[in-house]
Design a protein around this ligand. Sequence first.
Ligand code: PA5
Length: 449
Amino acid sequence: METIKLDIKNTLEFISKDVLSSYEAKAQTCMNTLENGTGAGNDFLGWLHLPSSTSQELLNDIKATAQTLRENCEIVIVAGIGGSYLGARAVIEALSNSFAWLQEKKPGNPVIIFAGHNIGEDYLSELTTFLKDKKFGVINISKSGTTTETALAFRLLRKQCEEQRGKETARKVIVAITDAKKGAARLTADKEGYKSFIIPDNVGGRFSVLTPVGLLPIAVAGIDIDQLISGAKEMETVCASDNMTENPAALYAAVRNELYRSGKKIEILVNYQPKLHYFMEWWKQLYGESEGKDHKGIYPSSVDFSTDLHSMGQWIQDGERTIFETVVSIEKPNHELHVPSDEENLDGLNFLAGKRIDEVNKMAELGTRLAHVDGGVPNIRISVPVLNEYYLGQLIYFFEKACGISGYLLGVNPFNQPGVEAYKKNMFALLNKPGYEKESQAIQARINK
Ligand code: PA5
């Protein structure tokens, strides 16, 4: 089987090859630190060998649960936020028909809707109204089991599901994915007798897509989770190599750290396939939450090209030279479509007649790469043979491994997220949550000043 490929040649006029070689030993040290569990955040390394240690028994249990939801629901709501939803959304959107939600619903193939990732009253009100006459189920995903956004949505959805479908059916179509023992989601699941899956203690949210957190929603969407794991497993082997030129995760981590050191503070992840939009969102969380700490870290951003060439293209070509690009390029589309010839040729497009749409897209990519490199933007390219479960599994593991190495190269703990608590503390104080009395007083005094 082929693997995804990393091409860094368009970074080499911006960083020196010799300096890059000096990262080989450093990257190896970081890999050993990960492997031996001797670095910061070492209680969150469960993702490292997850693909090779996922049992067929767990996969079968996930598939059987997915089948129950598929058979009993027209719609499945996936309630979760951050690491408890982005991975599933990334894979489902990448591998689903772009217009699935507009197509006639087939029995046994529910539409997936995401909730619990915002506190928009209109969003939740429109969702609950839409669900009024629908046979829906809910997957409630929260490792802590106490995240406000998700818990709020689940409270609404659970009540509605029980009212519409009766407690007994609700019990069949509500599934919890949460901690083994702690948190409100576990409490409810055990009390109500919901089917539940455990999020391993040693896997943090943003590294959890290959646990039931991602796998159950992905399986409900009819996507082959065996293939996803199998691709990730292949990358686990490839990314274990101690030869940096053969290890794409180590090489990517080294190049982006050296670019950062040389002043490129922003990385733009680029796709030329709109289906990858949410994959970029998943990646942004993975790298943003892992590296942005101690006043350090590359700012991860993303664009969908060629769409955003018509909005962000000017900045990327010509704005402050603090950026580099990483392009995820799909070599072979899953469909074939040719540009038709037109006798009148009023649009002047006959020079493209007979060509595949993808050929035009690939030339847009090449033309953009050359222009951006000329404009001072280093370009890393990751080529993916086909957009399918197997290669997405590879891509997921590749980015996870590279993130662990990269965080250690940067000198931060890539597995915690202390900064995320700051807004929660203020929000709870402002909402007078019991236990936050002191903070409430302090924040009121600050506001009234
Ligand atoms: O990566 C993380 O740890 C976070 O993004 C969490 O996944 C997110 O905050 C949701 O947390 P929880 O799963 O506890 O509801």
